[in-house]
Design a protein around this ligand. Structure first.
Ligand SMILES: C[S@@+](CC[C@H](N)C(=O)[O-])C[C@H]1O[C@@H](n2cnc3c(N)ncnc32)[C@H](O)[C@@H]1O
Length: 483
């Protein structure tokens, strides 16, 4: 059903949200020619894992090699290449390393390469862009996140100074709606210092403009100038990573559709065990998938993830995605919340368990091949919420993890129904149509029942595909609405 809906959406050139049915992709090299791995210490290590934890299946105690996929450099050519800068860069890494790169490395370069990454130089959101996100669907989304943040701030004892951090703010729309919605609660807005964690200079500039920022220098140049959002007279700062954000104040962290952009490693069960899927250059100079010839560094994370899983869950899987960056980010968030107090809200599409083969590419609201023209399409993968929970709990006893619950439950419990009713009281017919459609997209499931237009253009709900999870300092108790 979901696949059908997505196909309808993409073929009708409507705005595409990113979660989809899994698109199974076979490695271009089959696993049939695999042979035993020479590194016996690694095999023993996996066997130890099986003995100490019954969750790993027998097949995972061995790893196979597909030698047909080993790197074979293409003939040197003097033909002019039509490859983009990013494609040349990726091929350069593969060539100079003398072997294929992991899917995670490919994904990271494609999305965030400082010169040519997908996010780096442009605005990719909305009908004119490649995909659409909840904050762009309706102002109500950012407003509800604002309600959540204010409730947490209340539970924290209304501190006078708070770090409000947003991870990957896109156009900054969520923060704009949050500040506007909270503008009557001066004590809250006056406590805030906003910190935007954004790797894209182009999006940083857009966020600056949309937050209606001005640079103030009332210190005579003694200290760096401060940037203020005139929406709520709130200071705003930008960083490339969370580690750069100052610590020491109670903290509220929002990560909406951030985790799904973090690079995933893909493993495939072959006849002799789990192998990492890698990307190589074929003889015709195109990219293709191969299986790793030996254990890769990411295998450590596969083993870690498998330890957190039940044997029945693993037994069903032929593919496993692991996201070390998500584990590391979660641990960094959990440590910060342990020491500074506060909490984090993570909203994304995903599962409360291992994601199998979910990596997808979207260009101009259509699904495309992951390896096709890298840098021109968004890459994203399902978020493994169970892994986030385990990562947070592993690193700190001072935090508690809540959820995931569906976006529909989350927004419904925070009162989005009342908000839409209030907005509908005072709007034009056209605005009412847009509000109803936006509301359905945020909380509905499947096609909107009230829709009277063409079937293929019916708004499709994200209410159950998106999940919300909170990580909070235990001192504050369970956050709204996870009690
Ligand atoms: C899918 S978009 C989500 C945007 C926004 N949260 C929304 O919902 O509209 C991902 C955002 O994270 C940023 N981003 C992706 N990877 C990042 C990284 N490794 N470090 C910092 N920002 C990153 C992108 O530039 C973009 O702003």
């Amino acid at each position: 059903m979901l696949r059908r809906l997505l196909v309808q959406v993409s073929t009708q050139h409507l705005c595409l949200f990113r979660p989809s049915a899994y698109s199974f992709r076979q490695c271009s090299s089959s696993s049939s020619s695999s042979s035993q791995i020479p590194d016996s210490s690694f095999v023993e290590h996996l066997e130890d894992l099986n003995q100490s934890n019954e969750t790993t299946t027998q097949a995972s105690a061995k790893i196979s090699i597909d030698r047909s996929g080993l790197y074979n450099p293409p003939e040197h050519s003097h033909e002019p290449s039509s490859d983009s800068e990013l494609v040349k860069h990726l091929k350069g890494i593969i060539k100079f390393r003398g072997g294929p790169i992991s899917v995670a490395e490919y994904m990271e370069e494609v999305l965030t390469n400082p010169k040519a990454g997908f996010y780096i130089n442009r605005d990719v959101f909305g009908a004119e862009g490649d995909f659409i996100t909840s904050p762009e669907v309706s102002q109500m989304f950012g407003e509800m996140i604002g309600v959540w943040a204010m409730c947490l701030w209340e539970q924290m004892g209304q501190p006078n100074r708070v770090n409000l951090i947003e991870m990957g703010p896109g156009r900054g729309t969520l923060m704009v709606d949050l500040l506007r919605g909270a503008s009557k609660f001066k004590k809250f807005t006056e406590s805030l210092h906003i910190h935007m964690v954004e790797c894209s200079p182009a999006l940083q500039k857009l966020q600056y403009d949309n937050l209606k920022c001005v640079d103030e220098d009332d210190t005579g140049g003694i200290v760096d100038k401060r940037t203020i959002s005139t929406l709520a007279k709130t200071p705003v700062s930008w960083y490339a990573t969370l580690e750069q954000v100052p610590t020491g104040l109670p903290t509220i962290i929002i990560a909406h559709e951030f985790y799904d952009a973090l690079p995933v490693h893909q493993f495939q069960r072959a006849s002799r065990g789990w192998c990492e899927k890698m990307i190589d250059v074929a003889e015709d100079s195109s990219f293709h998938f191969v299986l790793s010839p030996r254990p890769t560094p990411a295998t450590v994370f596969l083993m870690k993830r498998c330890k957190w899983a039940m044997a029945e869950e693993l037994a069903k899987l032929d593919h496993i995605e692991v996201c070390p960056k998500a584990m590391e980010l979660t641990q960094s968030i959990a440590k910060r919340i342990s020491s500074d107090g506060g909490g984090a809200l993570i909203i994304d599409y995903g599962l409360d368990g291992i994601a199998s083969d979910s990596l997808q590419a979207i260009r101009k609201h259509k699904f495309v091949d992951i390896l096709d023209n890298p840098g021109s399409a968004d890459l994203s993968a399902y978020v493994d919420f169970a892994s986030i929970r385990h990562s947070a709990e592993e690193v700190s006893e001072d935090v508690s993890v809540h959820g995931p619950i569906t976006q529909s439950q989350f927004l419904g419990s925070l009162g989005i129904n009342f908000r839409v009713e209030a907005l509908l009281q005072n709007c034009t017919e056209e605005q009412a149509e847009s509000l109803r459609t936006g509301y359905w997209r945020l909380v509905g499931e499947g096609e909107a029942p009230f829709w009277e237009g063409p079937d293929e253009e019916a708004p499709i709900g994200m209410g159950t595909r998106y999940q919300a999870m909170a990580i909070v300092n235990k001192k504050q108790g369970a956050p709204v609405p996870f009690q």
